[in-house]
Design a protein around this ligand. Sequence first.
Ligand SMILES: *[C@@H]1O[C@H](CO)[C@@H](O)[C@H](O)[C@H]1NC(C)=O
Ligand SMILES: *[C@@H]1O[C@H](CO)[C@@H](O)[C@H](O)[C@H]1NC(C)=O
Ligand SMILES: *[C@@H]1O[C@H](CO)[C@@H](O)[C@H](O)[C@H]1NC(C)=O
Ligand SMILES: *[C@@H]1O[C@H](CO)[C@@H](O)[C@H](O)[C@H]1NC(C)=O
Ligand SMILES: *[C@@H]1O[C@H](CO)[C@@H](O)[C@H](O)[C@H]1NC(C)=O
Ligand SMILES: *[C@@H]1O[C@H](CO)[C@@H](O)[C@H](O)[C@H]1NC(C)=O
Ligand SMILES: *[C@@H]1O[C@H](CO)[C@@H](O)[C@H](O)[C@H]1NC(C)=O
Length: 636
Amino acid sequence: MASSWPSCWLLALSAALWGTTWAADGGQQQQPLTIGKRPNIVFIMSDDQDLHMDSLSYMPHLKKHLTDRGTTFSRHYCTNALCCPSRVSLWTGRAAHNTNVTDVNPPYGGYPKFISQGFNAAYLPLWLQEAGYNTYYIGKLFNAQRVDNYDSPHAAGWTGSDFLLDPHTYEYLNATFQRNHDPPISYEGQYSTDVVADKSYGFLDDALADRDSKPFFLGIAPVAPHCNVRHHEKVNGNWTENSATMSPPVPAKRHEHLFNDIIVPRTEHFNPDEPNSVSWISHLPKQNQTNIDFNDGFYRNRLRSLQPLDEMIEGVISRLEDAGVLDQTYIFYTTDNGYHIGQHRFQPGKQSAFEEDINIPLIVRGPGIAEGMVTDVVTTHTDLAPTLLKLAGAELRSDFDGAAIPLASSDILEAGMVRPEHINVEMWGIIMSEGKYGTVVYQNHTYKALRIIGEHYSFLYTVWCNNEHELYDLMMDPYEMKNLYAHEHSSAFEFRPASRHGGEHTDEDLTEEIFPSTSGSTAHTTNNNTTAAPSTLKHIISRLDSLLMVLKTCKGRECTHPWEVLHPEGNVRDLHDALDEEYDHFYETQQRRVHFTKCEKGYIIESEGEVGAKAWPVDEAGVRVGAAWNHPVERQ
Ligand SMILES: *[C@@H]1O[C@H](CO)[C@@H](O)[C@H](O)[C@H]1NC(C)=O
Ligand SMILES: *[C@@H]1O[C@H](CO)[C@@H](O)[C@H](O)[C@H]1NC(C)=O
Ligand SMILES: *[C@@H]1O[C@H](CO)[C@@H](O)[C@H](O)[C@H]1NC(C)=O
Ligand SMILES: *[C@@H]1O[C@H](CO)[C@@H](O)[C@H](O)[C@H]1NC(C)=O
Ligand SMILES: *[C@@H]1O[C@H](CO)[C@@H](O)[C@H](O)[C@H]1NC(C)=O
Ligand SMILES: *[C@@H]1O[C@H](CO)[C@@H](O)[C@H](O)[C@H]1NC(C)=O
Ligand SMILES: *[C@@H]1O[C@H](CO)[C@@H](O)[C@H](O)[C@H]1NC(C)=O
């Protein structure tokens, strides 16, 4: 076997060290939990909050109480950049293709789909209750949990709950809440996030009063900084995206004056001159100043709408402190998906597989967790249910598609060697635009994407339902401006690097990135031979495609260890290993390719091409040789 273990191990070790950076004053650690005492968990989730437009910088209490006193997971990702599918994945620990809750409304998503898929009998709060926890939830649980269906059936698993209900969930000044089993109540004229804060303090009091007999889980999910949504009428008997008016989030009176000079960060990919992505994105019109001004205002209102949430963080922490349980409580801060405004010429919205929409905040503070630490181990929302259950001391489930996130700094360092490097991002349906201009909604917004991050490489690979492809090399192109997958060859699997501007990015750079220590003796050696260029991309794309082929239908361990499906012997553990030339033929000619036969609005598996990847080693005819099949990879 050409793949060499020592270098592989060294890579992993250096990855572990590389994978973790400490803040200047880092190294402090919260006291570990007293043995035998189970921790409380407070889980705060904002809605549509970006990491890449700097929203965290405008939340001083979050910084003081969580970022500075806990660990930041800078490479945390959602696996579906849309509220409801992302939340269902989070609370069930399953990928969207295994929940089949893929939209915000029926027939493919929303609360009714969560119910019909049977998850009201199999999701986190129930498991936490079984583990002996009191469970409380305030705010938005899922979309399409409505004033007329909240009780048929009621969301299970909560000791106390006060849900925001559609169609008023996103009305900042006219929310409807529904407490425990009581009927819904309108809070017309009251500021939604302040109501959420008051209700949270109330449940926290209940939880603290019972703390001696049971630890607690408290979920707090205000709508900030989601846009304001006002529903007027049903379409064909249902509330849908077409029955709503979206407008910028509404700030609380006391915050209206803030941030008057702040604008969306003008990064390289903000309203670019030359968008170079798949066809529909590259055809988006460049935004004029009127449009940009409106979007900057939208952005400022997002930051303002985060202030009551930031104040609530202070409120929660001080109550935990006063009750003397702060050092026995884990506090998580995250959101459901990210957000974009103007990048790639997008109007305000989410749902893409670009970094803005998928790489999201995750900050954790608690017993044994390092203070002021930033780690870049790769983690996803499907890892959170296992993480929370593990903290609660409960058994993990075999149907989890994620794995518990290492929280203590020693575990994070160890994890640098074994954590997955991939994120499987999925999307079905249409893309919505939440601003005032260019409300063009693209209908065929169904794709499968693979984000992969190693020490020497960082790619986004996307296959769309019209079989267009994208490949971005984020090492060279952090703003995902240059699609390396040539459009003109998108139907065939023969690659040449797409024409690039300026020649600053060559395939030799790619080779150097991935094989930094190769010195001329391997097949991956760089030379000036022009034929070397296309073949390097071809090598990479073939591996990424096969990995995506496994991930698009993975279940359980296949999702966290997809290379094991391709290489059951266990000797290939990452993209670097898989790029060994020994596997060129296997990946480039013997594997199936990810493709679609039709664009659908939901997970219609018949339209998503073949299923299952081949396992190494295979003979010339593509039949597996050697060891017996040990994985159900051929699942057709
Ligand atoms: C607020 O919502 C209620 C329904 O809960 C509705 O009757 C009322 O008209 C709304 N008020 C405003 C100002 O939109
Ligand atoms: C309306 O919702 C129901 C389920 O609540 C669903 O069966 C039906 O297909 C939906 N209608 C439309 C037009 O989406
Ligand atoms: C700017 O663009 C928007 C959206 O395309 C358009 O509606 C508007 O008329 C334009 N304004 C000017 C001044 O060109
Ligand atoms: C590559 O090209 C440069 C000039 O462009 C030349 O100096 C060098 O010798 C070439 N290397 C090989 C391996 O052909
Ligand atoms: C360069 O490419 C040609 C094909 O165009 C091939 O015959 C030759 O062996 C290559 N040389 C090297 C050094 O890779
Ligand atoms: C969207 O997908 C459908 C079904 O695959 C196809 O008929 C239609 O032409 C596509 N539309 C666009 C704009 O690509
Ligand atoms: C997902 O749900 C949709 C709508 O209910 C259904 O048509 C489809 O077959 C389901 N997909 C899978 C793979 O079960």
